[in-house]
Design a protein around this ligand. Structure first.
Ligand code: HEM
Length: 136
């Protein structure tokens, strides 16, 4: 019984709050579907491979841990070294903003709760901005 009380008083992680594995997978799939379909994301789409299957898996594995769920990316690849892994791609403000708009759109489409959308967007902004490696 005491465990129940304890778990009730613990803050749910963003991973739990958005709806766990199933919802996160849905979000990542929508994100890459939009990147593939929408002309405004053509710039960042061109940097990614075809098909996008491996990109979908990697982002899903990464975001799982990043949102407080299972550390699926680290289990497979170790430390993400995210900035270093993005260095082969020229990322300026425009590419950062395309990525963020695509993610905002995906969150809206899969019905992430509004307060959580805002919270996640702030964190996505920090990470995406840190990925910039090209002036402009
Ligand atoms: C700022 C704009 C961004 C651009 C233009 C961008 C672009 C790319 C590209 C072209 C790849 C390589 C293709 C692939 O492996 O699928 C990649 C990989 C990846 N990106 Fe991004 N990305 C951005 C931001 C982010 C952010 C904000 C995150 C996390 C919140 C992220 C997470 C990842 C991960 C986990 C990988 C796979 C790394 C690997 O294991 O190789 N990216 N990204």
């Amino acid at each position: 019984m005491s465990n129940e009380v304890e778990s009730e008083s613990q803050q749910p992680t963003p991973y739990e709050q958005i709806g766990g594995e199933e919802k996160l997978r849905e979000l990542v799939d929508r994100f890459y579907d939009l990147m593939d379909l929408e002309p405004e994301f053509a710039g960042i789409r061109a940097m990614h491979p075809t098909p996008l299957d491996s990109s979908r898996d990697k982002l899903f594995w990464f975001l799982s841990g990043w949102m407080g769920g299972p550390s699926l990316y680290i289990e497979r690849f170790g430390h993400p070294r995210l900035r270093a892994r993005h260095l082969p791609f020229a990322i300026a403000s425009d590419e950062r903003d395309q990525w963020l708009r695509c993610m905002a759109w995906a969150m809206l489409d899969v019905g992430v709760e509004e307060a959580m959308q805002q919270r996640l967007m702030e964190s996505f902004y920090q990470t995406a901005d840190w990925m910039r490696n090209t002036p402009g």
